[in-house]
Design a protein around this ligand. Structure first.
Ligand SMILES: C[S@@+](CC[C@H](N)C(=O)[O-])C[C@H]1O[C@@H](n2cnc3c(N)ncnc32)[C@H](O)[C@@H]1O
Ligand code: SF4
Length: 361
């Protein structure tokens, strides 16, 4: 049974950020009712096994009071060394709140910092500034958090590689343990999808930014353990590694996805449908062996260590090297042989979206 769990908190206050396509609603008056629906879903669908990770994402989980979050976390049996993460927006990072989060069992924070450039934060519709990021990290440390991740977006309108370097320097000054980096994607349904901004860095500039981030963070003692995630040794996100290792996990809450008992499922995406019926999934599908194999390959190649061919042999009874020889040879400039299997080199990671579909049947 799953050992990890994702919980979605679909609320944001003050409107949508201009790039955001996540499921979130500006309806904080519904938070309490939503949490009670969530508690019902967990009661009905969680089998009681010991979990090694919980991750609260959003939306903005930090809009929910520590008292309500305690009720949610209290539903689970946790391993002694469980990783319990919540996303936190920098405008909500006051000391008292962080202290309570720490007391109720959260031990990892993922802070949606994005950039230290106040103009860019404003342009993107964010509700925080660079001072909020600094204060939040300081408060988090004082509250007892020693596993803190910051998100960095690159490729924002007018952003330059020099700007990214300045951001990275500021990130590094804060003495955090993990950084997730995201190249800006503009989806159709977002504000910027409908109102395209000017001066978006093109693909080549985004690629330069990615290389620059990789170099700078590697020199600062971070390890790129996944395409866009960097950690100080020992601070890799256990929760995300569970996804990339193609292990099962629960997904609770509006629009959450899960993978339990061989079934990939997703929950209702509207508050009304979910709150009327929190324990049923909108969609579910038993994966075929071929689909499971393809997911193992797609997810495994996201990790810097790549895929493990013995594990693939054990799980699927196939000889990876033999089955995919033509793809491996075609991309020999981008795929390297490792001790346990195969992995992308840095250029391969940058081209992963083009290479990976070649592994589909
Ligand atoms: C689950 S999201 C949002 C977390 C939180 N609500 C926030 O905005 O800070 C996690 C991260 O994905 C990144 N992200 C969201 N939308 C993106 C987009 N369109 N392009 C690139 N990165 C994006 C941001 O860095 C964000 O912090
Ligand atoms: S705070 Fe995060 S989830 Fe909310 S609108 Fe902004 S990017 Fe989307």
């Amino acid at each position: 049974m799953p050992k990890s769990c994702y919980i979605h908190i679909p609320f944001c206050s003050g409107g949508k950020c201009k790039y955001c396509s996540f499921v979130s609603f500006n309806k904080s008056e519904l938070i309490t009712g939503y949490i009670y629906s969530l508690l019902k879903e967990i009661s009905d669908n969680y089998s009681g096994e010991t979990l090694k990770t919980i991750y609260l994402g959003g939306g903005t989980p930090s809009l929910v009071s520590a008292e309500l979050l305690k009720k949610v976390i209290g539903k689970f049996n946790l391993a002694d060394d469980a990783e319990v993460t919540t996303e936190l927006n920098p405008e909500n990072g006051n000391y008292d709140y962080l202290k309570k989060l720490r007391e109720i069992g959260f031990n990892r924070l993922s802070i949606g910092s994005q950039t230290f450039d106040d103009e860019l934060l404003k342009l993107s519709g964010r509700r925080h500034d660079s001072e909020d990021i600094i204060k939040t990290v300081e408060n988090a440390k004082n509250a007892g958090f020693n596993n803190i991740s910051l998100d960095l977006i690159y490729g924002l309108p007018t952003q330059t590689t020099e700007g990214i370097i300045k951001d990275l320097d500021k990130f590094l000054e804060l003495g955090i343990q993990h950084i997730s980096t995201y190249g800006l994607k503009i989806e159709k349904e977002t504000f910027w999808g409908k109102n395209p901004p000017e001066n978006i860095p093109d693909e080549d500039i985004q690629a330069d930014m990615y290389e620059c981030i990789n170099e700078r963070l590697t020199n600062a003692g971070f390890y790129r353990y996944e395409i866009s995630n960097f950690a100080k040794p020992g601070f890799e996100s256990k929760h995300n590694l569970n996804y990339w290792n193609n292990e099962e996990y629960y997904g609770f809450g509006v629009s959450a996805h899960g993978y339990c008992g061989g079934v990939r499922y997703s929950n209702y995406c509207t508050l009304e449908k979910y709150m009327n019926n929190p324990s049923s999934h909108e969609y579910g599908k038993f994966l075929t062996e071929q689909e499971k194999l393809e997911e193992e390959i797609f997810l495994g190649f996201r990790k810097t260590e790549g895929i493990n061919i013995n594990r693939i042999k054990e799980k699927f009874g196939i000889d990876f090297e033999k089955k995919y020889r033509s793809v491996i040879e075609k991309y020999s400039d981008y795929i390297i042989k490792t001790q346990d299997g195969f992995a992308f080199n840095l250029k391969g990671s940058m081209l992963s979206n083009e290479i990976l579909p070649e592994f589909l049947d």
